[in-house]
Write a protein that binds this ligand. Structure first.
Ligand SMILES: *[C@@H]1O[C@H](CO)[C@@H](O)[C@H](O)[C@H]1NC(C)=O
Ligand SMILES: *[C@@H]1O[C@H](CO)[C@@H](O)[C@H](O)[C@H]1NC(C)=O
Ligand SMILES: *[C@@H]1O[C@H](CO)[C@@H](O)[C@H](O)[C@H]1NC(C)=O
Ligand SMILES: *[C@@H]1O[C@H](CO)[C@@H](O)[C@H](O)[C@H]1NC(C)=O
Ligand SMILES: *[C@@H]1O[C@H](CO)[C@@H](O)[C@H](O)[C@H]1NC(C)=O
Length: 296
């Protein structure tokens, strides 16, 4: 008895210790992903509305949202399904960011489904991008095909890197690598990759690339390349940028914004030249962008 309870106590202590370590190790990365409600990045709604119908299509959108929500902890962060019958069928899907835990994925999808009717009231189709997930629905099939429009680039107006051209080149180099890694991920794996790179001794670049897993590697690579090219033209040396396409997203910031445990490599960028301290800017608050460019 005594030995048993001792062992149990030891195991509990060990378990407790493991959990503490786990928390201590991952808290800085997790705190962003799990403690805060995911922030809305952008929502794009069709101009066309469902109001001319008999309400069946609108009801199907609600059914679709409940299917997406109830399936959100499964399917490894991506799910596509339909609701209703033609001609009122609704096609829908969600994608959660590759590092997001199933519970947070579900919370994000629930949130997106809850706000969608307010953001896009009675619209025929819409895409809603959150930091942690994307929800998309349409009256036409959107499955297994790469879509590049509508796309949105977001960046901050003021936060430019001390050497914007070198920063832009570093983003381009890192993005090229992770675009390739995400696209040609092993079959069945998420099309998702992240990487950190040193810009200066004071600034690290954090980058992320992801495609919906239902498109081919070639389409994913093309989608990411186009997204990076567009974003770099617009953000142009800015210390943060989001390129949101229906089939892929690219994001970079100079503060960690994804779960670092998923990242395997840390390599130095081009030669480091320490900037003057006065040129360093605080990391931008996520979700607040003052530059938005929409390409319909
Ligand atoms: C959608 O509506 C907006 C605002 O009314 C208008 O400016 C835009 O031209 C419309 N787009 C299309 C494709 O009809
Ligand atoms: C998941 O989605 C399907 C439709 O594709 C739906 O029938 C089902 O009720 C949803 N929920 C669960 C928990 O499977
Ligand atoms: C999801 O998309 C695939 C590819 O188009 C399709 O075969 C499958 O039936 C879809 N799943 C559902 C539940 O509609
Ligand atoms: C959307 O449609 C429903 C029913 O078709 C209607 O009750 C509701 O007022 C509409 N919402 C908006 C914002 O137009
Ligand atoms: C989808 O809705 C748009 C706008 O209402 C309409 O023009 C189009 O024909 C619809 N497509 C299908 C396949 O129902």
């Amino acid at each position: 008895m005594k030995i048993e309870s001792f062992i149990t106590g030891l195991m509990m202590a060990a378990d407790f210790f493991t959990k503490i370590c786990f928390l201590a190790l991952f808290l800085p990365a997790f705190s962003f992903a799990s403690l805060a409600e995911s922030k809305l990045l952008y929502s794009y709604c069709s101009n066309a509305t469902t109001l001319t119908g008999n309400g069946v299509y609108a009801a199907n959108i609600n059914h679709l949202f409940s299917y997406l929500s109830t399936n959100a902890t499964e399917h490894d962060g991506f799910f596509n399904t339909t609701a209703g019958q033609e001609p009122n069928m609704v096609y829908g899907l969600f994608l959660c960011c590759g590092d997001v835990h199933p519970e947070n994925c579900r919370d994000c999808i629930n949130l997106a489904a809850a706000v969608a009717p307010q953001l896009c009231p009675n619209r025929t189709w819409a895409i809603i991008w959150y930091e942690e997930c994307m929800l998309r629905y349409s009256n036409q099939s959107i499955f297994s095909s790469m879509a590049e429009k509508p796309r949105v680039d977001l960046w901050h107006d003021t936060n430019y890197a001390p050497e914007p051209e070198r920063f832009n080149r570093l983003v381009g180099t890192v993005m090229k690598e992770i675009a390739s890694r995400a696209s040609y991920a092993t079959l069945g794996a998420k099309k998702f990759a992240t990487k950190e790179a040193t810009f200066t001794v004071f600034q690290t670049l954090y980058s992320l690339a992801q495609c919906t897993p239902d498109i081919s590697s070639e389409d994913c690579y093309r989608c990411l390349q186009d997204a990076v090219r567009d974003l770099l033209i617009h953000s142009n040396g800015n210390t943060s940028g989001f390129g949101l396409h229906p089939s892929c997203t690219v994001q970079y910031q100079t503060a960690p914004f994804y779960n670092l445990v998923f990242n395997k490599t840390k390599t130095a960028g081009p030669p480091v030249s320490p900037p003057e301290k006065s040129l360093l800017l605080p990391p931008p608050a996520p979700g607040q962008f003052n530059k938005i460019l929409v390409n319909k």
